[in-house]
Design a binder for this molecule. Sequence first.
Ligand SMILES: Cc1cc2nc3c(=O)[nH]c(=O)nc-3n(C[C@H](O)[C@H](O)[C@H](O)COP(=O)(O)OP(=O)(O)OC[C@H]3O[C@@H](n4cnc5c(N)ncnc54)[C@H](O)[C@@H]3O)c2cc1C
Length: 478
Amino acid sequence: MQMGFASSNQAPTERTSMPDDNVDLFVIGAGSGGVRAARIAAGHGARVMIAEEYRVGGTCVIRGCVPKKLLVYASRFADEFEDAAGYGWTVPKPIFDWAALIANKDREIARLELAYVTALERAGVQIMKSRAVLEDPHTVFLKASGRRVRAAHILIATGAAPHLGPPIAGIEHVISSNQAFHLEALPNRVLVQGGGYIAVEFAAIFNGLGAEVTLVYRGENILRGFDDDLRAHLRSEMERRGIRILTRQTVTAVERTQRSLRAQLWDGGEVEVDKVMFATGRHPNVDGFGLEAAGVRLAPNGGIEVDGFSQTRVPHIHAIGDVTNRVNLTPVAIRDGHAFADTVFGSKPTRADHVDVPTAVFSEPEVGAVGLTEARARASLAKVDIYKTMFRPLKATLSGRDTRVFMKLVVDGTTNRVVGCHIVGADAGEMIQMVGIAVKMKATKADFDAVMAVHPTASEELVTLREKAMSYDRQAAE
Ligand SMILES: Cc1cc2nc3c(=O)[nH]c(=O)nc-3n(C[C@H](O)[C@H](O)[C@H](O)COP(=O)(O)OP(=O)(O)OC[C@H]3O[C@@H](n4cnc5c(N)ncnc54)[C@H](O)[C@@H]3O)c2cc1C
């Protein structure tokens, strides 16, 4: 076990003043990564303190994945009520109550927060409800109490925060995802700016709940970084559901009118709405808490620079999760935190593996993706085979809903390995978790084909794709 100053690779520096406590590990930020690291380190016998300036649980639990998925569930009932008619149900006109949804969601989030606090306390971790700043490489100052803590190891797990982009006139009228979870009423008309998964998900949430939604994105198409076919398919599905998507477009100003907001667009157009939400990216929380004083450096991507073990340039200071701006997802932050604790306090050097991370977008319909996109496969492999399909899901036959499922396998033409899978359709997130196992195990297309189909499901298509849609051979192309 690597504990105490004797085992730290760096000599303690001058103290700012006498510390009130000594700990083996001080964790700054009680989000997904910080909480996991604190609990596991304490389990390895370390004396651990954790500071949280807002609410224990962090972004994912308090204002990210969990409340968002609850809103997604709420928004999907609208389609279910409609689809029920084709299956013989007569449903009275449903009435939606935003205040009830938000109150129920808040109650669940409070319950989860308490569960996180309890889990930390049970593990013997001391929780400090305070902003923490670094005074020197070993001293943490707690702003709420004025306490100083001397720590052998420090873990920075401060996450990231919404970034509204360059200041524009009327930016004070713009909300981020943080406020979207606490709106007093459901807006009738919403403009969401951004093309990433948070923008797409909120556009779908507001649309499903009955709002008129305009999605504005400066790029060519939504979901940059995802497979191009998947992006095009999702866009057409969202448009079919009535979401107006304006690409190569930006909001240049927002003006309050008597009863609403007027968003000015780059091309001179205007959109009149009740709420403007920007989901234009997130910035790692690296400012104003003494990183420079501690000698910690930033990477070119704006996050804290770390190595494969999440260690910064200062050997006893580590950083994990969104603050490092690597793969900004909860399971990654949790793995980072666990690996850190095992490495530093469990005598088990562990690197979190950030390759082939499966991911979902909880749009309507849902997206699931893992591994290489077709474009990345073509750029990195000599031969690529593409298998894809688009079909009407069985459920849509009786409901009459105009929707299509899209699935694509990207196969390394030399090894026959499935190196990517991209899905748009109901439960794509659930499917991609399982496909992720196969991709991680380096399954080949022949392995997929050898699996018996589960019938009738949508996912059976993944094991019955026979016809190549495309074969790419770099040598032949050159
Ligand atoms: C709207 C939204 C939806 C998302 N949906 C998903 C999803 O579906 N799936 C998924 O995997 N990921 C999702 N994410 C991303 C996910 O929430 C993050 O990747 C994850 O929370 C990162 O964990 P973390 O521990 O790095 O940081 P965080 O969870 O952000 O925790 C950092 C904590 O540090 C605290 N803090 C910061 N500075 C200080 C300081 N100086 N002193 C004390 N405390 C401090 C903050 O208050 C915060 O609680 C979503 C994010 C958002 C915003």
